[in-house]
Design a protein around this ligand. Structure first.
Ligand code: C5P
Length: 302
C-alpha cells in the first residue's frame, strides 16, 4: 500500500511480534510490578505501520482492527514530537495493518510503537539520541525497548534491562506455529492472581542451549512461569499446548502473559503441516526467528 485516498505514505515500517522463549518471575517489587527475567526473540510475524506528516496539527491513528483511543502509537508519537520535534507545527497520520493478534502476549502494540519511533527517527532525524529513544520506549510500555532493539536478548527488570544475545545456531532451521483461541488474558488480572514463588525456568540453561546446535536441548528449556496462572484464567491455553505437542511440536510454550501459545518445529514445512490441524482456531500462523527470516528472504523484514 504505497498510498491511500489522501496521497502517498512517507514510510512503511515492519513491526515484528516478539516471542518469550522463556519467562521467569523473580519477585514482586515495592512499586507493585514484578521483576522478570525473560529471553525474547524477534519473529517474522509483522504488523505494518504507515506514516505521513500532515499540515494540520495532531496525531491521527487508524488501524485495520480496533485500537483503544489511548493507544501505544498515539503515546509514542506525542512523546517523540515533544522530545525531538518541538519546532514541528504539523501533525502525523498513521495507519496500521494489524496481523499480530491482541491479548496474545506477542507484543503487537509494543511492536507498533517501536516501529513508529524508528520511523519518526528517520523522518525527524534523531540520530545519536538512541538513549533518549529508549527512554521514550520505556515510558510507552515495558516491551517497547526490546521491540526497538530486536533480535534475541535477555530482558530483565520489567523488560527494560536488555542484554543482546547472538543469533541462535540452535534455531537456524526452526519455525514456530503460533496458535490462539478465543480467550484473551488481561495482563493486570494475571499478575493479580499470580502466587509467588513460581517454579523458575532455567534461563541460563536456555541461553546456553540456544548457543549450541541442538534444537531439542533448546526446546527442553522453553518455559513460562506465568503459564499456570494464565491457564486458570483461560483454559484454552493448556488445551492448545497439549494439541501442539500432539501435532509434533518439540516444545509448546505460552508467550508473554498469553493467551497465544507457540509450538517449536524443526522446519517451516513441519510447522505448516501441523497448522492444518488448527483450522478451527481464529488464529494459527507459522513464523520464523527474525535472523532466519532475514537470511531466507534477503533482509526484506528489516
Ligand atoms: O505492562 P502493562 O502496562 O501491560 O502491565 C499491566 C499491569 O500488569 C501492571 O499495571 C502491573 O499491575 C502488572 N505487571 C506486573 N509486572 C510486570 C508487568 C506488568 O506486575 N512486569
Amino acid at each position: 500500500m504505497r498510498e491511500n485516498a489522501e496521497g502517498p505514505w512517507e514510510l512503511c515500517i515492519q513491526a515484528p511480534a516478539k516471542l518469550n522463549l522463556s519467562l521467569d518471575v523473580r519477585f514482586k517489587r515495592p512499586d507493585g510490578y514484578h521483576e522478570l527475567s525473560t529471553v525474547m526473540l524477534e519473529s517474522s510475524l509483522c504488523d505494518r505501520v504507515y506514516v505521513r506528516r500532515t499540515e494540520e496539527a495532531g496525531v491521527r491513528v487508524e488501524a485495520s482492527a480496533p485500537l483503544p483511543a489511548e493507544n501505544s502509537l498515539t503515546r509514542a508519537a506525542r512523546l517523540y514530537l515533544d522530545a525531538f520535534a518541538a519546532g514541528f507545527r504539523g501533525g502525523l497520520h498513521i495507519h496500521v495493518e494489524k496481523r499480530i493478534p491482541s491479548e496474545a502476549g506477542l507484543g503487537g502494540a509494543s511492536a507498533d510503537a517501536a516501529a513508529l519511533l524508528r520511523g519518526m527517527e528517520s523522518l525527524f532525524g534523531a540520530a545519536g539520541e538512541e538513549k533518549a529513544l529508549y527512554g521514550i520506549a520505556r515510558r510507552v510500555g515495558a516491551d517497547v525497548p526490546f521491540c526497538l532493539h530486536g533480535g534475541l536478548a535477555l530482558c530483565e527488570g520489567i523488560g527494560e534491562r536488555i542484554t543482546a544475545l547472538p543469533p541462535a545456531p540452535a534455531l537456524r532451521d526452526a519455525a514456530f506455529l503460533l496458535v490462539k483461541g478465543r480467550q484473551g488474558v488481561s495482563t493486570p488480572a494475571l499478575f493479580q492472581t499470580l502466587r509467588l514463588p513460581v517454579r523458575h525456568p532455567d534461563t541460563a540453561g536456555l541461553i546456553a542451549a540456544l548457543a549450541g546446535e541442538s534444537l531439542a536441548a533448546a526446546a527442553a528449556h522453553m518455559r513460562n512461569a506465568l503459564a499456570e496462572a494464565a491457564c486458570a484464567l483461560a483454559p484454552e491455553i493448556a488445551q492448545n499446548r497439549a494439541r501442539l505437542l500432539d501435532a509434533g511440536a518439540l516444545a509448546a510454550c505460552m508467550t508473554g502473559s498469553g493467551a497465544c501459545v507457540f509450538g517449536l518445529f524443526a522446519s517451516p514445512e513441519a510447522a505448516e503441516m501441523a497448522r492444518t490441524e488448527f483450522t478451527d482456531l481464529p488464529f494459527a500462523a507459522v513464523c520464523l526467528p527474525c535472523s532466519a527470516a532475514k537470511e531466507r528472504k534477503g533482509d526484506e523484514t528489516a
